[in-house]
Write a protein of this length. Structure first.
Length: 169
């Protein structure tokens, strides 16, 4: 099966995003990890993003998209994730693993986007304000850089960006 850019970035794309951007689930040329928004998770919570597909604008104009680069002397890392996304869990575990060495340099602001419609709207609005498209989760923002997805190849780049932002006034 052919892989495309989306699958190489190691992120999960909820069906809502696929529908919104016109990606077809049954297109054999895509190797995308798809989560069916109709299925209930073990917690019996229903995903809440169906309604935001109806409104193309999503009210982005009313959402505060300003992001702090540092707070209390630490770099702020924004992590938009989906509950149950294996790539998000991998990113969270990796951030936990570097806290011993770099924990004094950063703090994580975490937004769950699959079951929280407001967080999903915020992620889209922030991405739009940065001239980006949040194609899926995890969506990680540090300073002026961002990563869609998570893979081992991002680790050193993320650490380097943490150091750069930390050493910037």
């Amino acid at each position: 099966m052919k892989k495309n850019k989306l699958s190489e970035n190691h992120h999960c794309i909820p069906q809502f995003y696929l529908n919104r951007f016109g990606v077809r689930q049954n297109n054999g040329s895509y190797n995308i990890h798809i989560y069916d928004t109709k299925q209930k998770e073990e917690s019996n919570k229903e995903p809440q993003w169906e309604n935001i597909t109806q409104d193309k604008d999503n009210g982005d104009n009313n959402i505060d998209t300003s992001l702090e680069t540092k707070k209390d002397g630490k770099v702020v890392i924004y992590l938009f994730r989906g509950e149950g996304c294996p790539h998000c869990q991998e990113a969270e575990e990796w951030f936990d693993s570097i806290k011993g060495e770099y924990g004094d340099l950063f703090t994580i602001v975490d937004y769950e986007t699959w079951y929280n419609q407001d967080n999903a709207k915020l992620m889209e609005a922030i991405a739009k304000s940065r001239g980006e498209i949040a194609e899926g989760v995890p969506y990680i923002i540090i300073g002026n850089k961002s990563w869609n997805g998570f893979t081992e190849s991002y680790e050193q780049e993320i650490i380097n960006e943490i150091k750069v932002v930390f050493n910037t006034n």
